[in-house]
Design a protein around this ligand. Sequence first.
Ligand code: SAM
Ligand code: SF4
Ligand code: F3S
Length: 461
Amino acid sequence: MKDNTAVISEINGLLGSKTRKAYVRSFGCQLNVSDGEKIQGLLKKMGYSFTEDEQEADLIILNTCAVRENAEDRVFGIVGSMKKLKELKPSLMIGIAGCMTAQSHVAEKIKKSYPQVDFVVGTSALSALPRLILDTLKGAPFEADITEYDDFSEAAEQVRSSSFKASVPIMFGCNNFCTYCIVPYVRGRERSRRPVDIVAEVRQLVNDGYKEIMLLGQNVNSYGKDLGGEMSFPQLLRELNGIEGDFWIRFMSSHPKDASRELIDAIFECEKVAKHLHLPVQSGSTEVLARMNRRYTVEDYLTIVENIRSRDPDFSLTTDLIVGFPDETDEDFHATLDIVKKVKYDNIYSFIYSKRSGTKAAEMPDRTSEEEKGRRMRELLEVQREISTEHYKRFIGRNMRVLVDDVSKKKSGWLTGKSSEFIIVEFEGDSSLIGQFVDVEITGSMNWAVTGKITEGNTDK
Ligand code: SAM
Ligand code: SF4
Ligand code: F3S
């Protein structure tokens, strides 16, 4: 990583003992949230503390997502509304980071239409942030640095938002070029972190008391392919499983084309690996999957599911689905409903297709109306609601180990957490249990969660 010591000390010299507050907001996936925590790590070195209230901030950084149009529109709306803030406080600095900045037309639009923005910092240029802040403090005009320094993946300090759940990126970028997706264009090619660095980071986190480690990558199953065979993802899981301590390992996302038998073996054989798999299918039509360049058929996907369910018929699966991919027919959509009914997911994350300029799908004819896409989405959600309602009943009478997340927003005196299966569990309990594992006997179910009571004497408090 770039040595920023001199720049940071110049900033500290300029600002002296003045208090300085930063508001950092991340959009999009957990990899981007993790970048946001690294941005905060850098800002902390520059003497910044953090606020959730943009009104009291001296520096605002919006860490953006480009995956769908509505994510971009939201950011433009927020940046627009910041014009007022800047008028009230001219010393306020505003910076834009994240995936939107990697699209040249977006950087141009920001420069042209949003004079309240002081700088743009690209996803591979985070280490340039101190210099951009220093230049702004010295009165430099708008600057954009979207150079691919690509030197931020190691040794970056993070300000972690949780004291018991930590995400650990194991790789960056994506090589898959699904035809609808902007990520490979804005995040570049796959780069895996070295296993020794990942193991050291996880060991440190466990020593610091973290109870859940979420390994992140756009396709964790291709982890290590660029490391010359040093280590595959299932091997990494086994290595991390060997670290002493009471903690869970989760990971996302897993591309079905690379979900191997070794991966499934590792999930079942490693006691610390959570018993849940997020396996994005995107569509239930092999025809649509081919046009999406997903490189598996519905049959291939169902073979993986069968392999898992033959070992544990109740195994928890979740997925991502796109509704209204260009020229998706009614028949294609019904094939998606069929796979959802067949697999019985515990949860689905479904999105209406959003055209991303520069991707292959953006060039495909699309004759389905937005109204029809909306109708399909509502039907899909209704089908899944019925499935979850029925499917969650299988947990009644079971004991589930739960990591307590927070107090419940639904019921006072209750807590909310997630089981190893990634199911929301709600139960009565004291807030001192937040961040701890508890055993809960499940007594009821809804379509979004199960409810229960803590088993006596079984908490790790
Ligand atoms: N790499 C992950 C994978 O392949 O499963 C997904 C990452 S992407 C950030 C998360 C989800 O966003 C995808 O699984 C897909 O369902 C959805 N998505 C991506 N591009 C989209 C688009 N143009 N329109 C709608 N949904 C999209
Ligand atoms: Fe996008 Fe496909 Fe890469 Fe996932 S695997 S980030 S959907 S291109
Ligand atoms: Fe969005 Fe970038 Fe993630 S486009 S989903 S923030 S990798």
